[in-house]
Design a protein around this ligand. Structure first.
Ligand SMILES: [Fe+2]
Length: 286
């Protein structure tokens, strides 16, 4: 117990949500995964004014994980709500997005790029995505293309006031926290022509609650606020940054893990197609 607590306080990774790397990739690229040196209140970071007062963001320079850390992050099999995956979208599916990708890339303002992103969803795309779900597409919902400014440490804002949320849980399904691992995941296809990033804590909500229980202070343990309590209690615990290249996608249980997207390093509009569903963890047929 004491050792576990000490390790968390020192920011040592624990095994939790596993990263599944598809067989379409030969091996993990050197800069596929980065780790932060911890998290901090956005109010202490440079762009504080744009964030909600309660927001947390990753801190420090991103570094490559060591061998032991990589072994803790990676897995071969993922339990419901406890795996993240990067996939390469087959070219015949990606080509369905080619016209909208180009219109967004050529837009000269954010509002123009967002207007270009509003378009009907191809039946071919929906049919193909349905084959990648465990329920033949029954759970597919919330399709749309999201466009953000380049160079943002985190991209998700509160639509009510435009301020960034920082690391957060999605709440499309309003599941009780015990049921969050069974909520649908989300696929997000990078429709831009540059790398974007998926940021996440490799500990799901239940893992964070268990970690907080080790401190003997479980005041917030039963609430969905536990990621913030976790970050406040264990500020050195690293956040994972996954590179998602153009034409690649991530799939993640965004109702069950604290996360955000990032457009750092991009020079053009950050664009991604997102849809929720009960996606399969295993390799997908072309
Ligand atoms: Fe989200």
């Amino acid at each position: 117990m004491g050792t576990d607590l000490k390790a968390l306080r020192l920011g040592q990774l624990r095994r939790g949500v596993v990263f599944l790397y598809g067989s379409e990739f030969a091996d993990i690229d050197a800069d596929r995964i980065g780790l932060s040196s911890g998290t901090t209140r956005a109010s202490c970071a440079s762009s504080a004014a744009d964030y909600k007062p309660t927001a947390y963001v990753p801190t420090g320079a991103w570094r490559a994980p060591g061998e032991r850390e990589l072994a803790l992050l990676r897995g071969e099999f993922g339990q419901d709500g406890n795996w993240v995956r990067v996939v390469r979208i087959p070219s015949n599916l990606l080509s369905e997005f080619e016209a909208v990708r180009r219109s967004i890339a050529e837009a000269s303002s954010l509002s123009e790029a967002r207007a270009a992103a509003v378009c009907p969803l191809s039946e071919i795309v929906l049919k193909r995505l349905a084959t990648w779900t465990i329920d033949e597409g029954e759970s597919l919902a919330g399709a749309g293309i999201s466009v953000n400014l380049p160079g943002l440490p985190t991209v998700t804002d509160d639509q009510a006031d435009g301020r960034f949320l920082g690391l957060h849980l999605d709440t499309w399904y309003h599941s009780a926290h015990q049921a969050r691992s069974a909520s649908p995941s989300r696929i997000s296809i990078n429709l831009g022509y540059e790398n974007r990033y998926f940021l996440y804590a490799n500990l799901c909500l239940a893992d964070m609650q268990s970690a907080l229980e080790l401190t003997g202070n479980s005041r917030d343990v039963s609430s969905n606020q536990s990621p913030r309590s976790f970050y406040a209690t264990f500020p050195r615990y690293p956040i994972v940054r996954l590179r998602v290249g153009p034409g690649e996608a991530y799939i993640a249980p965004t109702e069950n893990i604290s996360h955000d997207g990032s457009s750092m390093g991009q020079t053009r509009w950050d664009a991604s197609f997102v849809i929720r569903g009960q996606f399969c963890a295993n390799d997908w047929a072309e």
